[in-house]
Design a protein around this ligand. Sequence first.
Ligand code: UDP
Length: 475
Amino acid sequence: MDQPHAVLVASPGLGHLIPILELGNCLSSVLNVQVTILAVTSGSSSSTETEAIRAAAARTACKITELPSMDIDNLAEPDATVFTKIRVKVRAMKSAVRDAVESMKPKPTVMIVDFFGTGLMSVADDLGLTAKYVYVPSHAWFLAVMVYLPVWDTTVEGEYVEIKEPLKIPGCKPMGRKELMEPMLDRSDQQYKECVRAGLEVPMSDGVLVNTWEELQGNTLAALREDEELSRLMKVPVYPIGPTVRTKEQVGKPNSIFEWLDKQRERSVVYVCLGSGGTLSFEQTMELAWGLELSGQRFLWILRRPASYLGSSSIDDDQVIASLPDGFLDRTCGVGLVVTQWAPQVEILSHKSIGGFLSHCGWSSVLESLTQGVPIVAWPLYAEQWMNATLLTEEIGVAVRTSELPSERVIGREEVASLVRKIVAEEDEEGQRIRAKAEEVRVSSERAWTKGGSSHSSLFEWAKGCRLVSSLENI
Ligand code: UDP
């Protein structure tokens, strides 16, 4: 009999390919199923994207097939946001995706799309696949907001940014101004409409896989399943299968980052990295630098240009120095390390000398940190990162955050220094509590993935339901 075969569709952009790839790796290694990833690329023959896909293909058992996306000039406004363009692009690929899936041997039985690809699910029906699922590489609160958004769309008047009372969803923290997701900031924008549309499409799947785990977000997961109103909107089962994160790889030696980290005291270094696309203003870069210096703590700072996706283009030293205070590199020599290239983040976070992570709170970065028990200084910048910061500080208790949104105000040096000290150095109650909680979360993340653990069981339950595995015996 043919090995069961699942097809996963990844949307353009490495930020979307990476989580699908990790899911693919998980399905092929844990369930022993054949996985094909259809990677819809941006279509602009971006060499970094192709390079990254090639690198990914070399380290995975999944087959990766590239589908260059078509020109969508006539389908989206020229000034449409990236979010809108990706949704429109992926939707426009329906017949190409159908042809690609139809030609696969053996025929896949299960199709998984990400949040941008919900418009492709009818391909699974057209081709008579057993089932179609949505993968949410984010958390349960994000999923709840998505499926609830169409309700607010019809019941809330005016802009969300102007409402006085926080928006409520069962099982979730009320959503105030500082938690709104980027597409919710302007209801007249096409990306908001795309978001509402996605919220309506998700429940048309046969279920949702979400990158969280029971012990981390039990209340919200329970509400998605059991709350009368929310479960009626959700309609389909939710399978928490997280944390699904990239695993540590061997870093080619010699590597100056690890040579430096090896010399530092255990848990003494704060790692500063704002994801694949996060960037700061010149003024904020200055204040952050002063703050790191003022904190007196050791730091490893990944300073990059916004477009330096996957490290192929790093900024040159002159540009780095120009964006830092005069003499900063000399004064902090030995105490801190500033790096301009793409960083091996998972390997850095798992180094014993890392004691904290100043992060933009992209969910992959968050999970990479929490699975190593590293507490966070939350520095949310865009997308759903503001709600992630609230989740980490107010619900889970593994982070401190800036008093104002760093996307709206420059965070001053004194505040930076105090946040950094709190997370790596201070012996006050709050710092201790946060570090202890981060360790507790690390343990629970490990437990979720042991045999019989919550995410392991959830994955097998899902796989059994869609007949990718035939029994639950190996749980
Ligand atoms: N990343 C990395 N090196 C860098 C910057 C980012 O390896 O220098 C990886 C990071 O480990 C994570 C991903 O890029 O897996 C960023 O994803 P996340 O969801 O945190 O944020 P995004 O970049 O999508 O906003």
